[in-house]
Design a protein around this ligand. Structure first.
Ligand code: GRF
Length: 202
């Protein structure tokens, strides 16, 4: 049975596209039941449409977090969502929202991809922060979301190098190529019940 996903986006949507491509190619046994954006007019909405999904936009501007999350919850009720996949979603989900997505062990069925080797460089500018720090190796992390930001049990990490003559754009492009392989492959592991993780104790 394909894994039922809701993908949350706020921007360009290249990870959404990688997931949809993998499903189409038959390498990911999942269905994107809905795409939800908090930003109108972003590229991810066009990508959803290209794949036959009518995205849902719930603008977050001038709406309380509680109101906004209530609207999302209402939209999700139409689908039997097994996992929420955050793909460049720029809002923090509240503990009360996450509670609806507990699995049997109490972990949230909510995934995030972050462009650094967590716990290094959390936050919204991880590529820039790692590059400006002068790292020689960085990487991508896919993790379960918990109540803290860019935090929670790590499902997968893959490293990539910063090469001697890399510009920030080169560095980001190398990382993004890793993101686009890693996210679909971790979701596939989940759908096969094969993903393994350690409890995040700090
Ligand atoms: C990616 O770098 C992802 O790791 C981070 O936000 C960016 C989203 O890019 N969380 P896109 O919208 O998937 O192209």
């Amino acid at each position: 049975m394909p894994l039922n996903l809701a993908v949350f986006v706020s921007g360009r949507g290249s990870n959404l596209e990688a997931i949809l491509k993998a499903i189409k190619a038959g390498t990911l046994d999942a269905q994107v039941k809905t795409v939800i954006s908090n930003e109108p007019g972003v590229g991810a909405l066009d990508i959803a449409k290209q794949y036959g999904i009518e995205p849902i936009v719930h603008p977050s501007l001038r709406v309380s977090r509680q109101q906004h999350e209530m609207r999302i919850e209402e939209s999700l009720q139409a689908f039997e969502i097994e996992y929420i996949v955050l793909a460049g979603y720029m809002r923090i989900l509240s503990p009360s929202f996450l509670q609806n997505f507990h699995d049997r062990r109490g972990f949230n069925r909510v995934l995030n991809i972050h462009p650094s080797l967590l716990p290094a460089f959390p936050g919204t500018n991880a590529y820039e922060d790692a590059f400006n720090y002068g790292v020689k190796i960085s990487g991508i992390t896919v993790h379960l979301v918990d109540d803290k930001v860019d935090h929670g049990p790590i499902l997968a990490q893959e490293a990539f190098s910063r090469l001697a003559n890399d510009s920030l754009a080169d560095f980001k492009a190398r990382g993004l190529a890793v993101e686009h392989k890693l996210y679909p492959s971790v979701i596939q592991q989940i759908s096969e019940g094969k993903v393994h993780f350690y409890e995040c104790k700090r």
